[in-house]
Write a protein that binds this ligand. Structure first.
Ligand code: PGA
Length: 249
């Protein structure tokens, strides 16, 4: 079995630092993880720091939190997928709800970012999720399935990309979705992939939204949960490690 496939079968423990930390904290975190990476290699570890601190990671796998939908040129402030590849990034988060709401990103833009990343061999972590209003109106599945179908490009496979189901109401609130909600949604996403995107039928589906050491074992060992996208609990290395350790071998 090739390396990419072996890796794509491990659960992915991905930290999203958002706009937090600095060069010193990133370096210290990376040093503290060195032993853990060898000891707990049954999971795949990843940290997505702010752009300026990506290079501070030398032990941990490097990811980014966003990228440009364009190749190169007059796009002040943007960072291209080629530049991320140059920085050694293997993954990049796209379509995070904070970008969808604060920066008006829509599925078409997310899809263009996905295409850019794939053309530079970076795996996109494509975030989808419904708001509380949408959930209460019974539209959660409809919203999530539309986001998936419109954000994924044609050349997606089970190995070259990852989905992250992150209900907006669970992000940064301390209130994760229940196990029942998560397994139901992940099961529906799996069925959707199988029926509509056969090449991506086995794509990993991460859960994100208030994942912490106390709920990690329950969420991470559930059916069709192939890892976690972790915000605030990824800032403390003890918590981040505890979450990864909760994955059953
Ligand atoms: P949280 O963030 O773990 O702090 O809820 C998750 C995310 O935004 O990816």
């Amino acid at each position: 079995m090739n390396q990419a496939r072996v890796q794509a079968m491990k659960k992915l423990i991905a930290g999203n630092w958002k706009m937090n930390g600095n060069g010193d904290t990133a370096e210290a975190f990376d040093n503290d993880m060195e032993e853990v990476l060898n000891k707990y290699s049954h999971v795949e570890w990843l940290i997505c720091p702010p752009f300026p601190y990506i290079a501070s990671l030398s032990n941990l796998q490097r990811g980014a939190q966003d990228c440009s939908a364009y190749d190169r040129g007059a796009y002040t402030g943007e960072v291209s997928a080629a530049m991320l590849a140059d920085m050694g990034c293997t993954y990049c988060i796209v379509g995070h709800s904070e970008r969808r709401t604060l920066h008006m990103e829509d599925n078409k833009l997310v899809r263009n970012k996905v295409k850019q990343l794939l053309s530079h061999n970076i795996r996109p972590i494509i975030c989808v999720g419904e708001t509380l209003e949408e959930r209460e109106a019974g539209q959660a599945y409809e919203v999530v399935s539309r986001q998936i179908l419109e954000s994924l490009s044609d050349n997606i496979t089970s190995e070259n990309a990852v989905l992250a189901y992150e209900p907006v109401w669970a992000i940064g609130t301390g209130k994760a979705a229940t196990l029942c909600d998560v397994t139901k949604m992940h099961g529906m996403i799996r069925d959707l992939l199988k029926s509509s995107l056969a090449t991506a039928a086995k794509m990993r589906i991460l859960y994100g939204g208030s994942v912490k050491p106390s709920n990690a074992a329950e969420l991470l060992n559930a059916d069709n949960v192939d890892g976690a996208l972790i915000g605030s609990a990824s800032l403390l290395h003890e918590d981040f490690i505890a979450i990864g350790k909760a994955v059953e071998i």
